[in-house]
Design a protein around this ligand. Structure first.
Ligand code: OOB
Length: 543
């Protein structure tokens, strides 16, 4: 563990190899934005269309980030400090993130959907000194949430609000004239902490460095053809790794293109923006891709600017994939990635069958991919098995999680993705399933243990097990099997859901279905059989 990094990093021989190969070029995010601002100051970097259309040229974004960095620094936020950023797709997101990059403070990327339980955990576990929020988003007042979070987070000194601050500090009060350049981070140091989808009770934090993440952007841009003419529409939450870097809004800024923020992902909002802003590229999870494909048939908007749509985050069915290109009049690319690192794309010159039936090839020739059996032995070529990976942008360990790292990584540094894949003769990966205890609800990841722990706290509940059930639209939905205490007042399914909601978790984690049972099926070794539960899951919900 390198001091100050709080996580295992690449051994020197690997770091040297990645530098020699030209993957790690010694760039930082702060430096990157400055260079673009010098090279093409007046090009539009960012468009935030709501409520009134606002734009930032590269020079304006660079200056805004510099002034905000100076203001944050004046308030004592320094290099290595953690700052939980929970902003929706608004222009301030980019200003805040680049300001923190410039200081060398580490954004911790929370999703707008996260609530008290998650945010309190992120703030306390990361010992965050500040938390950045919108005032009200999607009808929810984040200022009240921040007040509650503050009570349980002793390290949290500041709450900054994009909008009306209430009892907190307005983000607009922070910027000031920079006194001079800030020392800033080194390229091999951490840039930010991403959240893992998680298989345990709480999300793990994923430490990404400037060197490694910038390489994944450069590689993604090359594969997707991102350049200064790209107009990338950010439809998914900007904090998620997929719309951030595959190739995403950071990739687009790296290439000198234009990022258009989409406030809501529905076809009505997004199609109007594509037409008005002439968006050329976007990334979608499969349920949204389905919705867009169906809506495009109505032909109410001019989508002719669209050149490429990336679909990933969860398995995209072959049937749905076949319909996208004709409906949207653009190319499809599948992407199979993870916030821990490895990202695979189908290629622009792949034949159409490969694009609809596989999840692509890794970005880098130095991405090492192993497909192994339960004993970590390589399976025969073409067989399916567990995907292990290491490479120039895949982490070697989670942040401050030495115990978990022992099982999440092999001794020689491969990340155990928990995905079951096979490789086609062309080297493309096909995702066949999952070995990890995680539910993929249309790209949003739910760790059953996290929700089981909450339901177990209900006074009438004796035991609970959360499993995935197939769903035509989302791919998977969540089903909680609940065993009640013999002597307790039996709650209804709705009361169990309300109980989870009241604990303050993201809405997508509230069980879709609740079923009361007398016992769980067990495996041979006495563990609850999730497979057994999934197979009895076809029964209707009980009141
Ligand atoms: C992306 O990142 P995460 O960290 O939210 O989730 C990663 C997991 C993968 O391990 C896999 O289980 C699943 O999401 N997944 C897919 C998939 N893409 C991701 N499963 C099947 N087919 C796909 N195409 O989800 C993510 C990060 C960067 C780019 C794209 C997605």
């Amino acid at each position: 563990m390198t001091p100050g990094v709080d996580a295992p990093t690449w051994p020197d021989e690997f770091a040297e190899r990645y530098r020699r190969a030209g993957h790690w070029r010694g760039e930082t995010f702060g430096g990157m934005l400055r260079e673009r601002a010098v090279a093409h100051p007046d090009r539009i970097a960012l468009v935030d269309p709501e409520p009134e259309r606002r734009t930032w040229t590269y020079r304006e974004l660079d200056e805004a980030a510099g002034r905000l960095a100076a203001g944050f620094a004046a308030r004592g936020i320094g290099r290595g400090d953690r700052v939980v950023v929970q902003l929706p797709n608004v222009g301030e997101f980019a200003e805040v993130v680049f300001a923190l990059f410039r200081i060398g403070a580490l954004p911790v990327f929370a999703l707008p959907a996260h609530r008290e339980t998650e945010i309190t955990h992120f703030c306390s576990f990361s010992e965050a000194v500040a938390y950045v929020i919108p005032d009200v988003h999607a009808g929810f007042d984040h200022r009240d949430l921040a007040t509650r979070v503050r009570r349980h987070s002793p390290a949290l000194r500041e709450v900054f609000v994009a909008g009306e601050p209430g009892p907190h500090t307005a983000l607009s009060e922070v910027p000031r004239d920079p006194a001079g350049p800030l020392p800033g981070p080194q390229p091999h140091e951490l840039a930010f902490l991403q959240l893992s989808g998680g298989t345990t009770g709480v999300s793990k934090l994923i430490p990404r460095t400037h060197d490694d993440y910038l390489y994944s952007l450069r590689g993604s841009n090359e594969i997707c053809g991102v350049d200064a003419d790209t107009r990338f529409l950010v439809v998914l939450p900007a904090a998620h790794n997929f719309p951030m870097s595959s190739p995403g809004w950071l990739g687009t800024l790296y290439a000198g293109g234009t990022v258009v923020l989409c406030p809501k992902p529905d076809p009505t909002t997004a199609f109007a923006l594509i037409e008005r802003e002439r968006a050329t590229m976007t990334g979608l999870v499969p349920p949204l891709a389905l919705l867009w494909t169906d809506s495009a048939a109505r032909g109410e908007r001019d989508l002719s600017s669209l050149e490429l749509v990336l679909v990933g985050g969860a398995k995209y069915s072959e049937q749905a994939a076949r319909r996208l290109e004709p409906a949207l009049g653009c190319k499809l690319m599948q992407v199979f990635g993870m916030a821990e690192g490895l990202v695979n794309y189908t290629r622009l010159d792949d034949d159409p069958e490969t694009v609809v039936t596989t999840q692509g090839l890794p970005i880098s020739p130095d991405d090492e991919v192993r497909i192994v059996d339960d004993s970590d032995r390589d399976v025969a070529e073409g067989e399916f098995g567990h995907l292990l990976t290491r490479g120039p942008y895949t982490i070697r360990g989670y942040w401050r999680a030495p115990e978990h790292n022992k099982s999440a990584f092999t001794e020689d540094g491969f990340y155990r993705t928990g995905d079951i894949v096979r490789r086609t003769p062309s080297g493309h990966l096909v995702v066949e399933g999952r070995a990890k205890d995680q539910i993929n609800r249309g790209g949003e990841k739910v760790a059953p243990e996290e929700i089981e722990n909450i339901i177990l706290a209900h006074p009438s509940v004796h035991d609970v097990s959360l499993v995935a059930v197939p769903d035509e639209y989302l791919g998977e939905r969540t089903l909680a099997h609940v065993i009640l205490r013999a002597d307790a007042e039996p709650p209804t399914a709705a009361q169990i859901k309300a109980f989870v909601r009241e604990r303050g978790v993201a809405a997508y984690k509230i069980p879709d279905l609740v079923r009361f049972v007398d016992a769980f099926p067990h495996t041979g070794v006495g563990k609850v059989s999730k497979k057994g539960l999934r197979s009895v899951a076809a029964f209707p919900e009980q009141p």
